[in-house]
Design a protein around this ligand. Structure first.
Ligand code: M6R
Length: 614
């Protein structure tokens, strides 16, 4: 979703801001803009619909000088994507410029109030209301910009991360947050601002994460000052970023998504590092060990997440019920938060999120906390809002995921869930020695097995080209591979724009079978264990209706091979670890179909990487 960049220091701000906007492109956006104060203190705002490259072109003949500025990529919520609705927004006098992520929920009430006070509006956005409100407060209290921002924000309901600058004040940039993430980078006599750390990492590793209802003053040649809305000084921790610039670059791959698919063996190793002990044949997750009494006494686990993370959570349900014998309920966070769910104080809510910023998942956590439940986060982004809001948790350590389509985040989330169920099950005595050893040894070799699948990339590319004609796809799986069917379908639709649905294979007879004809591609995930015979029957049902079958099978399979039109082999594994393997060919299939159709895989239309509004 929207991206924020800001700079104040001794360097020219424009190149830093533009580079920062490029780094934030992965979040998804539809317009971009920049505001700069030149050395005469004049405030210049330039903004355009479309890509950051358009903005650069637009600025070619403009005054882009200045060592202080703010910039933004907008993902439209209030008002269509257009030049005028793009950020930064000016106040009425054009003395103040503001960028904003989030939604001001009471903006209509505030707008009416401001209109009565003589303000007029050029846009339909909630953001313009906020900048006008700051100007109003400045007049009302005859105060500095910093105080005006505090007064304005105390009237605001909703979520915001903002950056504000003022004509004639090239020495100060104000930033504030509530609900939407905001990071300040601390350099040598300079500050950087970002909605995440990616525009900052190139310049400094020292960062401060702004907390809810805090207002920061970034003053040239002075120390960072942060106060809350009641004007009380807040102590801030300077933290060190743990990732490097190369991790957020493509490293020779044509797309981030492909890079991230190929990074999965390494990402899983990082995720298991220090947790899976090959010598001792042991799995140790400190987040679980430290809170074992909570897990021991839990009558129920609730899992809440969105999108791909929800699919990982569904695998988690199967794992916890099988290995730990704890009942699990899983629900999409946006439903969970609004249906008055029954939550007991001895429940545990596990929230799963790559970004750690998904608004609905965050709200599910707050709801569970309000009922006294223990909350546990599985996040990738270190220091993210969900990681901080939960009582405890486990990081996936997949490294930055830039492609909008989640890939390595999914496999590392599943790996964490496997490690959690093994650790809890071992402590509860519901996992026997043989099962435990199977899990440990299975995890130890999973990276090599994924490497083996990745070697089939060009074969999968070949298959994908045959199916670019398709307008629909069906994905079928059972047991642990039913969530993988859902994930395969989501991956295909979000980046290729082909309609795809995932089903538990036996559900096909209850409706979707009517769709099958000689045109319909059916992806069947059918590794050889457990209910293989059942899925074999499902494949036969598809075959007799002339569907075109792409099957994911275990190496050496002969029965499904005979029925399927195309086969992708995966190495042997146990049932519960198989999603870590079966999902990989599906990621590659989606990627290559999307490429063959000429889609923008890293920034698919209408999508945002981190969904910070509900
Ligand atoms: O950051 P999160 O894991 O909380 O994000 C949840 C979903 O928005 C995300 O998984 C989305 O479905 C991806 N685009 C899927 O590839």
């Amino acid at each position: 979703m929207c991206g924020i960049v800001g700079y104040i220091g001794s360097q020219e701000a424009f190149p830093i801001l533009i580079k920062g906007l490029h780094r934030l492109e992965y979040r998804g956006y539809d317009s971009a803009g920049v505001a700069l104060l030149n050395d005469k203190g004049e405030l210049n705002v330039f903004k355009t619909k479309g890509k950051v490259a358009n903005l650069e072109k637009f600025c070619e003949s403009k005054d882009i000088s200045g060592t202080i500025g703010i910039a933004h990529t907008r993902w439209a919520t209030h008002g269509e994507p257009s030049d005028v609705n793009a950020h930064p927004h000016y106040s009425q006098s054009k003395n103040i410029a503001l960028i904003h992520n989030g939604i001001i929920e009471n903006y209509l009430t505030l707008k009416e109030f401001l209109k009565n006070e003589g303000f007029s509006f050029k846009t339909e956005t909630d953001t313009e209301v906020l900048v006008q409100l700051i100007e109003y407060m400045k007049g009302k209290y005859s105060c500095e910009l910093y105080d005006a921002v505090q007064h304005a924000l105390s009237q605001v309901e909703g979520a915001y991360a903002i950056g504000v600058i003022e004509r004639g004040r090239p020495d100060v940039l104000i930033a504030a947050r509530k609900g939407s993430p905001l990071v300040i980078g601390i350099g040598e006599n300079e500050f950087f601002l970002g909605s995440d750390a990616s525009p900052i990492i190139e310049y400094t590793k020292k960062v401060v994460y702004v907390e809810d209802e805090e207002v920061a003053k970034l003053t040239r040649d002075k120390d960072l000052e942060i106060r809350n809305l009641s004007d009380v000084v807040v102590k801030h921790d300077v933290q060190e970023l743990k990732f490097s610039l190369s991790e957020i670059e493509k490293g020779g791959y044509p797309h981030f998504m492909l890079k991230e698919i190929f990074e999965q063996p390494k990402a899983l190793k990082m995720c298991m590092n220090g947790r899976v002990n090959e010598q001792l044949k042991e799995i140790k997750l400190s987040g679980i060990i430290d809170n074992m009494e909570r897990f021991r006494s839990a009558k129920r686990i609730l899992i809440s997440a969105c999108g791909t993370s929800w699919h990982a959570g569904l695998i988690g349900k199967y794992l916890f019920e099988y290995y730990c014998k704890i009942p699990v309920e899983i629900e999409v966070a946006s439903e969970f938060r609004y249906r008055n769910p029954v939550i007991f104080s001895d429940d545990i809510l596990i929230a799963i999120s790559q970004s750690g910023e998904t608004a609905d998942t965050l709200a599910a956590i707050e709801l569970a906390k309000a009922s006294g439940a223990f909350t546990y986060g599985i996040c990738n982004v270190v220091g993210s809002s969900i990681a901080r809001a939960t009582h405890s948790g486990t990081y996936t350590h997949a490294g930055p995921e830039i492609g909008v389509a989640s890939t390595k985040a999914f496999t590392t989330q599943v790996a964490v869930l496997i490690m959690m169920s093994a650790t809890i099950g071992r402590q509860l005595g519901t996992v026997d020695n043989q099962q435990y050893l199977q899990l440990v040894e299975g995890l130890e070799t999973i990276d090599e097995k994924i490497e083996e699948i990745l070697q089939q990339a060009s074969k999968i590319e070949g298959i994908s080209k045959i199916f670019t004609y398709a307008r629909n796809f069906i994905y079928l799986g059972r047991g642990y591979n039913y969530p993988v069917a859902l994930e395969g379908a989501l991956k295909l639709k979000e980046i290729s724009y082909i309609h795809a649905e995932g089903y538990p294979a036996a559900e096909m007879k209850h409706g979707p079978i009517a769709l099958i004809d000689e045109e319909m591609p059916i992806v069947v995930i059918a590794p050889k264990f457990g209910i293989y015979d059942k899925i074999l029957s499902n494949v036969q049902e598809v075959k007799s209706r002339k569907g075109r079958i792409i099957a994911i099978v275990t190496k050496g399979d002969t029965q499904i091979k005979e029925l399927a039109d195309y086969v992708i082999e995966i190495p042997e594994s146990i049932d519960s670890l198989s999603p870590l393997l079966t999902v990989v060919p599906l990621q590659l299939l989606s990627y290559y179909v999307a490429i063959a159709k000429g889609r923008d895989v890293d920034q698919p239309r209408n999508l945002a990487k981190s969904v910070t509004v509900e």
